[in-house]
Design a protein around this ligand. Structure first.
Ligand code: HAM
Length: 426
């Protein structure tokens, strides 16, 4: 038997209703903040991710699905292509390619699959889905302003609350400008030198390649050492400090609670200044429901003009996991199961189904070959709220037997009133 690849999965009903619910709410909330949808390709040139996410990150060095495309001629080498591990690089590539700065400030959102070759576990997949958004534009359009950071964070709080997820924590940090980070990295290297041989293998590697990554370490024995390392806040320049302060002030003004976490360094190299994650307790080890931050130098790194930006991506798989308990509430059940009864009744039932569906009644259609008992059993199996019996006598009389599947009560309803009757008891 051929099965889905490890780390990928089929999303099946009724769960897909929950996915649709989450995506519809995202579109709704994001539109209110004037975000518009962008769709970028699922694969891109490998270089795009190397230059934006960073060669030394786990994502680029270990987790990408990369292959060499076939060349055009026999001797021509193919391009190196990669399934996108995230969508910010693609959005900024599109921003530069289509000169989107002509429109001033761009507020773009996306929903779609991403691919990382991580070790699969609950909440971590190799094909996973993100709902993300980016605000990007020239400084003259206000893209650098702390107001943009706060607006985005407030939108996220609104979105999660709208879904009924209230027990989130917003963790906030500033990772400074590239200059601050270079000085900070040097300070970290120095501080790590005398202690690094007591740390885990990963940290020993990180201390050389990318010292800030030691903050990702989860090994308990390493924690006392990590706790004593210098913190980024001591290295922020005046501009970054002020920017971060103002983000916090606006968040307080709009009553979005947050906690400062100086260990929050994020796993992608393009970040500058504000970095954040929303976590959710019920998710266990993979508790980051979303992450994001500023990337003021990314457009330039990809050959574009100066275009400060900020964005986030929500792990949709994790969001749906967090919502799972309320899945029952949003799974759409049919309003009515239409049971044709007797020869020639499929045609009549099809007409009634057409009428009802035009009035937004969710109708499931049975088959005249079924006996009445089988029809009612089928209606009950699919949790239909009503069963509607379409038999010759009913058609002649222009009124149909409507059975409430919860109470068992059955009434005769004139054809013209069926849709209203079914809807009024939703
Ligand atoms: P990220 O932190 O790598 O950031 O991913 C964002 C979210 O995607 C994570 O918080 C998590 O919920 C989800 N996620 C990541 N990997 C997996 C996985 N293997 N399985 C399930 N869910 C996963 C980014 O991707 C940045 N592009 C976010 C961003 C946008 N920053 C600025 N703009």
């Amino acid at each position: 038997m051929i099965k889905a690849i490890r780390g990928t999965r089929d999303l099946l009903p009724p769960d897909t209703a929950l996915w649709n619910f989450v995506e519809a709410a995202a579109r709704d909330v994001f539109h209110a903040y004037n975000f518009q949808e962008i769709r970028t390709p699922i694969f891109e040139e490998t270089q795009l991710f190397a230059r934006s996410v960073g060669e030394e990150t786990d994502i680029v060095s270990k987790e990408m699905y990369t292959w060499e495309d076939r060349g055009r001629g026999q001797s021509e080498k193919g391009q190196s292509l990669t399934l996108r591990p995230e969508n910010t690089a693609g959005v900024v590539r599109a921003y530069v390619e289509h000169k989107l700065w002509d429109r001033g400030l761009n507020k773009l959102y996306y929903i779609g699959p991403q691919f990382r070759r991580e070790r699969p576990q609950k909440g971590r997949y190799r094909q996973f889905y993100q709902i993300g958004a980016e605000t990007i534009g020239p400084s003259s359009a206000g893209s650098e302003s702390p107001a943009r950071d706060a607006e985005m964070l407030e939108m996220l709080a609104t979105f999660l609350n709208r879904l009924g997820i209230n027990d989130w924590t917003l963790e906030l940090n500033s990772v400074g400008c590239p200059n601050d980070r270079a000085v900070y990295n040097e300070a970290l290297r120095k501080a790590l030198e005398p202690v690094v041989d007591k740390m885990c293998g990963d940290c020993q590697r990180r201390a050389v390649t990318n010292p800030v990554r030691v903050f990702d370490c989860k090994v308990p024995e390493d924690q006392p050492i990590i706790e004593k390392l210098p913190r980024i806040s001591q290295f922020l320049d005046e501009g970054c400090r002020k920017h971060f302060q103002e983000v916090q002030e606006i968040l307080k003004a709009v009553e979005v609670p947050f906690t400062l976490n100086e260990r929050l360094v994020r796993g992608l190299d393009y970040y500058t200044r504000t970095a954040f994650e929303f976590t959710h307790g019920a998710l266990g080890a993979q508790n980051a429901i979303l992450g994001g931050g500023r990337y003021d130098g990314l457009s330039e790194a990809l050959g574009g003009p100066s275009a400060p930006g900020i964005g986030f991506a929500i792990g949709e798989d994790r969001l749906v996991l967090a919502l799972k308990e309320s899945a029952e509430a949003v799974a759409r059940k049919p309003d009515v199961y239409i049971a044709p009864f007797g020869p020639g009744m499929d045609r009549e039932a099809a007409k009634i189904a057409h009428e009802l569906r035009r009035h937004d009644v969710v109708a499931e259609l049975g088959d005249e070959s079924f006996r009445l008992k089988k029809s009612l059993e089928t209606a009950s199996k699919m949790n239909a709220r009503f069963a509607l019996i379409v038999a010759e006598n009913e058609v002649k009389a222009g009124a149909f037997a409507l059975k409430n599947m919860d109470t068992g009560e059955q009434v005769s309803v004139p054809r013209a009133e069926l849709a209203r009757k079914i809807q009024s008891s939703r």
